[in-house]
Design a protein around this ligand. Sequence first.
Ligand code: AMP
Length: 324
Amino acid sequence: MNFVDLHIDQRLTVVRTVSELRAALEPFRRIGAPRSLAPIDDVGQAIGLVPTMGALHDGHLSLIRRARSQCAVVVVSLFVNPAQFDEQTDLDRYPRQEDRDAELAAEAGASILFVPSPEEVYPAGFATSVEVLGLTDHLEGKVRGAAHFKGVTTVVTKLLNMVRPDVAYFGQKDAQQVAVIKRLVKDLNMPVTIELCPTQREPDGVAMSSRNTHLLPEERARAKALYGALRTAETLASGGEHSAEALVRAAYDTLAQAGVEPEYVALVDPESFQSVALLDRPALLAIAARVGRTRLIDNLTLYPAVSSSPQSPDPREAQAICSA
Ligand code: AMP
């Protein structure tokens, strides 16, 4: 176990093994106390986990800040999980910058940085995997292959067992991943709350991603088309368009105008990830596209147009009421 002294009033403990992690967390474990989210002035002893593959940006940092506002101790994991990569070149060129990540994570409120080696996560003889069926057949699972989500669900199960957090934080940018993890946690009765955090974007709308650093300047300009396509469909939807086909076609057209060929554009149910034909309730418009050699994904929730009838409130208001 080693400590990184930072220029700010925050000390980060860097741990590389599960036994070091458990020792560092021991003082924070609550015995017999109810597990609930608490505001910053009453954070109790809750343990928060933010799983990442590193190369931290403001998207990751928003998760860490949210965790810090709700938990007494925030563990950030940095692990580029080989099991979820479907392309060796993508794994090889994935950006790695541990020292900078340590500084950024500490500034955002992390107290423990867990940086296990592949051998620590997958020791010799490792033979178990965790798989969520059905939900993983669509979109990302279909394009990247079954091994991708199996790699994600296996490593997330392991991280949740290693850290035993009260709350784990995930980003809306990887919407299908969060849906799969929520299913996993529910199906396996895992005692953790999954918190979904909004997608953080660059000023021009591009979703922040560690892979954006691979984009050449010309590709970076074209990458704007993903969010542009989502917004085009959103504008159509708010103007009363209900047909999934028309909304998807409009998004395709925007991508085509920018010379971006998508792997998929789909309007799906946000829980099952099955395609929907009609936007008669909130649905997720999801896009994956390669810009140059870099694969990007993004999504936006579309809402049916607000009806003037008093019987049909704006679904966003209804949702806000439900989650209040
Ligand atoms: P990654 O390091 O790409 O595996 O991402 C780690 C976590 O950060 C995942 O829960 C992602 O969904 C989340 N994340 C990545 N990019 C963003 C973003 N732009 N906004 C919000 N969360 C993000």
